[in-house]
Design a protein around this ligand. Structure first.
Ligand code: G16
Length: 558
């Protein structure tokens, strides 16, 4: 649709007026510098209203630029403590926002005044070649944080500035991966991915899970720590759809209790502290030896498993690395059983980050499974995984999924089975491609993936754990006055700055057997993270302490 220059100028002026009116309600606080980081904007909720208003503007520009494709907005701070909140944009494919647009998000968020916001907005419209007459479609949701409703109001104020020029779909309170699913399904014009609703998500996964384990159930009961977050609601909805096939015991479901979210529970607590959440212990879980439990994080995009070791009576963690290894081995076996022809050959690979335990990488590479190491952040893993026909990616913290390429799906659908075993393998591979969230890491979908693999293998947690022994490792959060002085390189395995620090870290590594350590600034919290692993716990501890001291020294704290 085109309009005369005068009419267009008038329409633009009306839009800018509406934006100005809204923006004045949400002024940018002084002395705050925002960055669209690893997982969007994330900071204290009280600092975010102006950011939400501006994110709405960018979401609309992105949708209009893509001729009305649906863009997602998720309001969450995932694993962060309750006073924090955040917001991230989801691209039409269900993936994270195109990295070239992250900079525009940062620029808009940092405009100091309404005037500068309007001129930056106008510049972006021109620079990004956005036709404001195009339609825009936005779907949004939030997690259970108490600050969520006010931030959603700020987001809606930004969307409302466009009047009828934007169609919105609010999913209310839901998990991050469900929002990603709905975005992907909405934009999938073939309609094959699934119904673009929460119900559609539950039905799709329940159907695939039944195909995979329907004749093996009911499975052994599973304890699920929901981190007192939105995963509790999603789990309840899903189990209502699934029925009795997987009996779950939900724990930490107090979504309305102030301060409870991620507090002494959840995937990040378990992974970082390497211990049971106290609430899981209190639930009598430890009396049931060998029983597996898992923890979601605050927005249910991460999951880790754990259990009590039978004879040693110790906590055993089955983190993202353990999930990746078990799943890659199992899918690899299914590919072999499918007996595809040379032309149909499917390549499977694993993507990890520097946090991956050295033992997991060794286990995979020694079995000829290709492993790629990329920087932290799902967007990096996701893109690297797309290079395989079946790309398994997991961060050690439990954030991950398995991507099936179009070629893999087409090949499997077109393959001619040579035996009942190959027919089953093909059927199961296709069912896994339905069960596993193709847009992003998803605690609920990953839980079902793990359960399906365990059921097929006939394993419990100890058998799963037996594959390899993790090297003892430590993860330390160091608060520093300015984390931006730490600049990582080489897929975050080394530090480029401060100059000289890397040499000291390497010297410390050489002093312990099988020592490996790295330092990187967090993209979601105001801290620097130190990772250390070594042959023994004592050495991992000492390496972590030495490197932490080096970080403090370099940041002028000692
Ligand atoms: C986010 C990202 C993850 C990343 C994690 C920690 O997770 O999506 O890829 O591993 O933050 O990042 P950092 O160490 O940079 O703080 P979530 O679950 O918090 O959204």
């Amino acid at each position: 649709m085109s309009s005369s220059p005068t009419k267009a100028a008038h329409e633009h002026a009306v839009l800018l007026n509406a934006i100005a009116e809204g923006a004045n309600q949400y002024p940018k606080p002084e002395h705050v510098n925002y960055t669209y980081g690893t997982a969007g904007f994330r900071t204290l909720a009280s600092k975010l209203p102006s950011v939400l208003f501006r994110v709405a503007l960018l979401a609309v520009l992105r949708s209009k630029r893509l001729e009305g494709a649906t863009i997602g907005v998720m309001v969450t701070a995932s694993h962060n403590p309750e006073p924090d909140n955040g917001v991230k944009l989801v691209d039409p494919s269900g993936e994270m926002l195109d990295p070239t647009w992250e900079h525009h998000a940062t620029t808009l968020a940092n405009c100091p005044t309404t005037e500068s916001l309007l001129s930056t907005f106008t510049t972006l419209v021109t620079h990004l070649r956005v036709d404001l007459h195009q339609p825009a479609n936005i779907v949004y949701a939030r997690d259970t944080r108490p600050s969520g409703p006010d931030l959603i109001k700020a987001l809606e104020a930004g969307l409302n500035a466009f009047g009828d020029g934007v169609k919105v779909n609010s999913l209310g309170v839901t998990t991050t991966p469900i929002l990603h699913y709905v975005v992907k399904a909405t934009n999938d014009k073939t309609g094959e991915y699934g119904q673009p609703t929460v119900e559609g998500y539950n039905q799709k996964m329940a159907k695939a899970f039944k195909t995979l384990v329907g004749n093996k159930g009911p499975l052994a009961p599973l304890y699920v720590d929901c981190a007192n977050g939105v995963g509790a609601n999603a789990l309840a909805d899903f189990t209502a759809t699934l029925g009795d096939l997987l009996p779950v015991h939900p724990l930490n479901t107090a979504t309305g209790t102030p301060g409870a979210l991620n507090h002494h529970c959840g995937a990040d607590f378990v992974k970082t502290k390497q211990q049971f959440p106290p609430s899981v212990q209190a639930a009598g879980f430890l009396n049931k030896r060998g029983t597996r439990a898992c923890s979601f994080d605050g927005d249910a995009d991460r999951i880790v498993y754990y259990y009590l070791h039978e004879s040693k009576n110790t906590f055993r963690l089955l983190d993202g690395d353990k999930i990746a290894v078990m799943v890659a081995m199992f899918l690899g076996d299914l590919i072999a059983k499918a007996k595809l022809t040379e032309d149909e050959k499917l390549y499977l690979g694993v993507v990890q980050t520097a946090y991956a335990n050295g033992s997991s990488t060794k286990y995979l590479t020694s079995r000829n499974i290709p492993v790629t190491c990329v920087s932290t952040g799902v967007k990096h893993l996701h893109h690297a995984a797309q290079r395989y026909d079946i790309g398994v990616y997991f961060e050690a913290n439990g954030h991950g999924t398995v991507l099936f390429s179009d070629n893999a799906i087409k090949t499997l659908k077109g393959a001619s089975p040579t035996s009942p075993e190959s027919a089953n393998a093909i059927k199961y591979l296709l069912a896994f491609s339905e069960l596993i969230n193709q847009a992003v890491g998803d605690a609920l979908s990953d839980m079902l993936l793990v359960e399906a693999v365990l059921a097929h293998r006939g394993w419990g947690a100890p058998e799963w754990d037996a594959g390899y022994e993790d090297l003892p490792n430590r993860l330390v959060k160091v608060e520093v006055p300015d984390r931006s002085i730490f600049v990582a390189t080489d897929a975050e395995r080394k530090l480029a700055y401060p100059v000289g620090l890397q040499e000291h870290i390497e010297e410390a590594m050489r002093k312990v057997e099988m020592g490996r350590s790295f330092v990187r600034p967090s993209g979601t919290e105001d801290c620097v993270r130190v990772y250390a692993e070594a042959k023994s716990s004592v050495e991992a501890d000492s390496l972590a302490i030495t490197v932490t001291d080096l970080v403090k020294l370099a940041s002028g704290q000692v």
